[in-house]
Design a protein around this ligand. Sequence first.
Ligand code: MN
Ligand code: MN
Length: 294
Amino acid sequence: MTTDPILFADAEASFSDARFVIFGGPFDGTVSHRAGTKDAPAAIRRESYNFETYLYEYDIELTTIAVHDAGDLSFLPETRAALDAICQFTKKIAAENKFPIMLGGEHSLSVGALKGLMEGISDTKSKPPVGVVVLDAHLDYRNEYENERFSHACSARRLAELVGIKNIVTIGVRSMSGEERKDALKHGLKFYDMNTVAEMGMKLILEDVRDLIEPARIYLSMDMDAFDPAFAPGVGNPEPFGLTPVHVRECIEQLAPHLAGFDIMETSPPYDNGNTAALAARFVRNVIGLVGSK
Ligand code: MN
Ligand code: MN
């Protein structure tokens, strides 16, 4: 594999000048169905050039915000080594008060980024709590999958272990095993399934978890299969009855004042018509605009 040299659109600042640091995690070592997420960072960067530098709905010009694209992290095809490399790099970003944005890669990588964020923040003088919001079709709450604790099918469980079960919420769920459901109820994992999203709407859900979100710096972990496959067909494990891009846009608008880090995972270019990577790129741009204009 050659590395695609294209950088994310408008990410022209140096590391030291940047407020946002984008990096790719081209890794799909534990995928359970369709492979291909390792090619996603390059595909998302290419699609980022589809969009205007001006975010019309917010009246924000993205070229006024300092963004650095560090390219893809290179690592061995071994899960723990990949997680460690991501942790170290994210820690460096957070320790310099910058905002990390990871382009996945499979969802298992999020735990490395969250760990790095927490360690990086704790290097500074205050020690604020970190909360996690996950958007995902899947509960990802298996303790292990195919003998791998760091499988992408276990990502929410590992994230919950890092921040504590009361400090994480998953929205958009519509698939889980019976055992995951039992464990989630037993442990008190808060999640909102798609039926609840349809009934309550995103705004009321986020009000419902205000106690989690407002006192914390929030890490937003977005699995692209949270979207309905009509909007995001290029994912490893597509699930019908999903979120719309408007749901997610509203979610990010509400979360933006609290966000400390973001990842966008599980785009699978071999199964994409281009729209999944484009949607991912657009949400990276919305996060940069909404967080960066404050
Ligand atoms: Mn996931
Ligand atoms: Mn998923």
